[in-house]
Ligand binder design. Structure first.
Ligand code: SF4
Length: 426
């Protein structure tokens, strides 16, 4: 687990760094101005359709919207000091530095949920990430702990691409095609597998239906677990993680049909479904979808010795063209382990790449995507919201609590426990 001790504390306004090199000049807009807009706001997922039921943030009190950066800094530090061990602030790897500087722990969503769980003294967990991450922290934390998302509009466009109604509808259709009886080896027709980047409702669905959760670090182990128990897998919401993992396990692309929830049978024939090993939900991460093979070719033209590492949420052809692929944890460890000065071209979110570049000045580390385009939903968390929720806590008020209902939490925890128990093959 990284802590603030290893975080670059430099505040950078990446949106202003190069006006021509950002995906949209709307990045200069304060989040409270875009919170009222119908979409996800400026950044990589701004073109994705936001579900009508996605949480909306109420208006941030004027005093926080008007406060200068220096004033917010003083107020956040003072509130944290007053609260002491009663609060723990978590910062996701993709969070902007202006917020990460206040985090007690920095990591990926699962590392952070476990960090919060271990801090049993903290009554409040302030999660500077996105909605599904706060839900996961609530699933794993103690009954006495309250999880807070500073801006309710910080969702995840990928997680929102698989809603529970669509998944239930898909499951009914699959039961009509495959039936529900196990085969001669006792393997059920389909095992549902959800990526950690999904709502608690989807994790609960997996728990109720013999399924499991995976992360980008353990997806292959989890798929092996699933194939021991099922004839095929329904993988959601990220088609790319599902495809890249299954392909690495030797499953042919023809046996990985895409499931489009807007079409009957997901847009597939019964024959194609009968031949399927992995059904890939048609979801994606708008940040990782931006990486291309031509960016890798350009990096190699510039430096034939460059080491290209991309995240498995990138499209298959990008993963195939890279030297290595792996989770944020893998990328971080690979850079930390390099003993000689190396040039790394990284295919993941810009804030993590910039932080790694600052942390390892002996290497040249840059983002494959030349356009600065952060995760627009993570970008919704601004120091103004952090100051608001922390000062509210000082006053005894819990704002923006994220709480998963018991009927969802119970099966969701089962799906998470199955993941923790899944072991790689010896
Ligand atoms: S980077 Fe992609 S998967 Fe991660 S929170 Fe943002 S939209 Fe969701």
């Amino acid at each position: 687990m990284n802590t603030t001790a290893s975080v670059d504390l430099t505040i950078r306004d990446i949106s202003a760094a190069s006006p021509d090199g950002v995906c949209t000049t709307d990045l200069l807009t304060a989040p409270w101005d875009v919170d009222v807009s119908p979409g996800y706001g400026p950044g990589a997922s701004m073109d994705d359709a936001i579900p009508a039921a996605a949480p909306r943030q109420g208006e941030l009190p004027d005093e926080y919207r008007r406060a200068s950066d220096d004033e917010l800094d003083l107020r956040i530090r003072a509130a944290k000091q007053t609260l002491g061990d009663r609060v723990v602030v978590l910062g996701h790897f993709y969070q902007r530095d202006e917020v990460v500087q206040y985090a007690d722990y920095v990591g990926d969503s699962f590392q952070l949920a476990n960090a919060a769980k271990a801090r049993t003294d903290a009554e409040a967990i302030v999660f500077c990430g996105v909605h599904f991450m706060a839900e996961t922290a609530d699933l794993l934390s103690g009954a006495n702990q309250r999880v807070i998302l500073p801006n309710l509009a910080a969702g995840c466009s990928m997680a929102d691409m698989a809603n529970i109604d669509q998944v239930e509808e898909c499951w009914e259709q699959l039961a009509e095609v495959y039936g529900t009886e196990p085969d001669a080896d006792g393997r059920v027709p389909v095992i549902p597998v959800t990526y950690m980047n999904s709502s608690a409702a989807i994790k609960g669905f997996c728990g109720r239906n013999g399924g499991i959760v995976c992360t980008s670090s353990n997806a292959e182990t989890v798929l092996e677990w699933a194939f021991e128990r099922g004839q095929r897998v329904l993988f959601f919401p990220d088609q790319h993680l599902g495809r890249n993992t299954a392909k690495h396990m030797g499953i042919p692309l023809e046996q990985m049909p895409l499931w489009n929830p807007a079409r009957p049978l997901g847009g597939n024939t019964t024959e194609a479904l009968n031949d399927a090993r992995v059904l890939l939900w048609q979801g994606f991460c708008s940040v990782h979808k931006r990486f291309t093979v031509s960016q890798i070719e350009k990096a190699r033209q510039d430096d034939p010795n460059v080491r290209v590492i991309v995240h498995p949420e990138c499209p298959m052809e990008v993963v195939d063209a890279a030297d290595e692929y792996g989770s944020t944890d893998y990328i971080t460890k690979a850079i930390a382990a390099a003993t000689e000065p190396t040039t790394f071209a990284i295919g993941t979110e810009i804030n993590l790449v910039q932080r790694l570049a600052a942390e390892y000045p002996q290497h040249t580390i840059y983002c494959l995507d030349p356009i600065v385009c952060p995760c627009s939903t993570m970008y919704r968390i601004h120091p103004g919201y952090l100051a608001w929720v922390l000062e509210s806590l000082v006053g005894g008020v819990v704002e923006n609590r994220i709480e998963v209902s018991d009927d969802v939490a119970e099966p969701a925890r089962i799906a998470l426990e199955r993941m923790l128990a899944a072991k790689p093959k010896a």
